[in-house]
Design a protein around this ligand. Structure first.
Ligand SMILES: C[S@@+](CC[C@H](N)C(=O)[O-])C[C@H]1O[C@@H](n2cnc3c(N)ncnc32)[C@H](O)[C@@H]1O
Length: 180
């Protein structure tokens, strides 16, 4: 049974093929391109992709979604978690517009002096638009709402979709489970 963990970062899951463009931990497969995966149609039971779909460019996201749909077997599950772009936009507009400090290149969690405060525009909220940019692959190139995920699921013929929101990584995220 093949299970794929796309954009795993340092989170290595036993029994999964842990895939990332950057090896942040031993065992990460950097040779598997999520846009052209070396698996036959219907060979994969499950795909997990947490906080990575938004790292693919506009011109790549269709290939990413179609590739996930192609390799999943009927009844297989695609679980994605992405920043809730509608929530981010609402919180950004409601937040205070005070710029306190420039970004420190490569910092793990600097966020321009406003830290993780959600009542400030130029802190973690900004990184939810653009990624935290603290290393290779850590840039956001696209965004998701519940409606966009619903429409893509229908467009690609997924049989089921369950979506909920949760608070994770300092902001609101959408977790969607799509059944092939
Ligand atoms: C925000 S981190 C999320 C890591 C982990 N999934 C988590 O939730 O903690 C995004 C990860 O996606 C990876 N990534 C970005 N673009 C990628 C691509 N084209 N192919 C594979 N991985 C990619 C990055 O290297 C990074 O490790």
């Amino acid at each position: 049974m093949i299970r794929l963990h796309i954009g795993c970062g340092p989170n290595i899951l036993d029994g999964w093929v842990n895939i990332d463009s950057v090896a942040r931990a031993p065992g990460v497969r950097t040779d598997v391109d999520p846009l052209a995966m070396p698996f036959p149609d219907g060979a994969v039971a499950e795909i997990l992709a947490e906080h990575v779909f938004e790292h693919f460019a506009f011109a790549e996201e269709e290939r990413l979604w179609r590739e996930c749909a192609r390799v999943l077997r009927p009844g297989g599950l695609l679980t994605i978690e992405v920043p809730d772009f509608e929530w981010v936009c609402q919180r950004f507009l409601a937040a205070e517009d005070r710029f306190r400090a420039f970004y420190v290149t490569g910092s793990a969690d600097h966020y321009f002096g406003a830290g993780r405060a959600l009542d400030q525009r130029w802190g973690i909220l900004q990184t939810m638009f653009f990624g935290n940019q603290n290393g290779a692959g850590q840039f956001h190139k696209s965004a998701y709402t519940r409606g966009k995920i619903r429409d893509i699921a229908a467009m690609l013929g997924f049989a089921g979709l369950d979506q909920h929101t949760l608070f994770n990584k300092g902001g609101q995220a959408i977790r969607a489970v799509l059944t092939r």
